[in-house]
Design a protein around this ligand. Structure first.
Ligand code: MRU
Length: 372
């Protein structure tokens, strides 16, 4: 994706000072575009837990860059390797559901373990963080190319009428380094002049749909319409949705998919209305160690204020307001699990496959266990 004519990126080193990593403070979009500096690894940990950055791939990349910042720190007390390992233990706990976090940390710790000396550790971790980001961009590009085929096929059937895609949360460029996962096929279809229109779920409580996905699509002139989270089923019943494409934060080796709370309900409605329900994901989001998403995927529970408060613009001011009586109890599960039986297909960087262990292993044979 591009932003006001410039090639887009969600995380980068500050021009002129590579010891500072910069991100977009996503909490402030779409009202303000604010670049935020990460100078210490703790800034990176906080950016993940307070959701200045979010989305599984970007969480992983931010963790990698934070460990580079840990390696840069000068301290008489600990060796750089010890500091990086200590930082890794803290960062690992920031958000439990997105598997890319642990994946990126493990990848960086491997480099730490293989580094014979402390002297060039920061340079090695910088290279690794760059590699993680570059690979993520290529993965999103491949997902976009594979997913494009689905939209092209639907467009043929629609004979000139727009292809209506429904998406939930933000699995867009903002959730990755660029292009996104669920949005990549949409951007690629739009770039080829296919008439594509996106129904954007608002995605309460944090509104990643209305605040992030809608912003991205608008920046790229992709036709889209914002809907409340409860509208999807109605639209599907009335033939107004051709395909659902979402992202995921953790997918089991059997194809169960954890994604933003409410995704499961969209999958149920799609199933009832015989509408294809696809999940776009980089293979870094597959947790090959688990089989049963309902039992084994940890579901993050977040602060009640995310439900009781709403942030937005009032005239010239940006305000947070309470919408709930103070005596009311609140529950805030951030993700749910869609069982593989409700998923039409998984769009990965290596192609599209059924949501099953067999089909995933066909694409990723390196994850076969001796018994498979
Ligand atoms: O809580 P978030 O905003 O990190 O949740 C993000 C989502 O659920 C996305 O849809 C998912 O991460 C896919 S990211 C490509």
């Amino acid at each position: 994706m591009r932003k006001t004519g410039h090639e887009f990126r969600t995380i980068w080193q500050k021009p002129g000072n590579p010891e500072i990593v910069q991100i977009i403070d996503q909490r402030r979009l779409p009202h303000e575009y604010v670049v935020h500096d990460l100078s210490r690894w703790q800034d990176g940990a906080e950016a993940i837990s307070r959701m200045l950055v979010r989305g599984a791939p970007l969480i992983g990349a931010t963790a990698a860059w934070s460990l580079y910042l840990a390696a840069l720190e000068k301290s008489a007390a600990d060796s750089p390797k010890t500091r990086v390992r200590q930082a890794a233990a803290v960062i690992r706990e920031t958000r439990p559901t997105a598997v890319n976090l642990g994946w990126a940390i493990e990848r960086v710790l491997k480099v730490v373990a293989q580094s014979a000396d402390d002297l060039h550790l920061a340079a090695r971790l910088e290279k690794e963080a760059h590699a993680i980001c570059a690979e993520d961009i290529e993965i999103s590009r491949s997902i976009g190319n594979h997913g494009l085929g689905i939209i092209e096929q639907l467009a043929e059937h629609k004979r000139g009428a727009p292809v209506n895609v429904l998406t939930h949360c933000n699995a867009g460029a903002l959730a990755t380094i660029n292009y996104g996962t669920a949005t990549a096929p949409i951007y690629f279809a739009h770039a080829r002049d296919i008439d594509v229109h996106v129904w954007v779920d608002e995605t309460r409580p944090r509104n990643q749909g209305s605040q992030l996905t809608a912003w991205e699509l608008a920046e790229n002139n992709v036709p889209h319409t914002l809907i409340v989270d409860n509208a999807g089923g109605h639209l599907m019943q009335h033939g107004l949705v051709d395909v659902v494409i979402t992202g995921t934060d953790r997918t089991t080796r059997t194809g169960d998919v954890a994604n933003k709370i409410g995704t499961y309900l969209k999958a149920l409605a799609a199933h009832d209305n015989k509408i294809p329900f696809y999940v776009a994901l980089p293979s870094t989001t597959i947790d090959w160690s688990i089989r049963d998403g309902l039992v084994e995927i940890p579901i993050e529970e977040r602060a009640p204020e995310e439900v009781s408060q709403v942030y937005g613009r009032a005239g010239d001011s940006l305000l947070t307001v309470n919408t709930v009586a103070s005596k009311t109890g609140i529950s805030n599960f951030a993700f749910d699990v869609t069982p593989s039986r409700l998923v039409t297909g998984l769009i990965t960087e290596r192609g599209i496959c059924a949501a099953s262990e067999e089909a995933l292993l066909e694409l990723f044979p390196e994850f076969r266990k001796p018994a498979d």
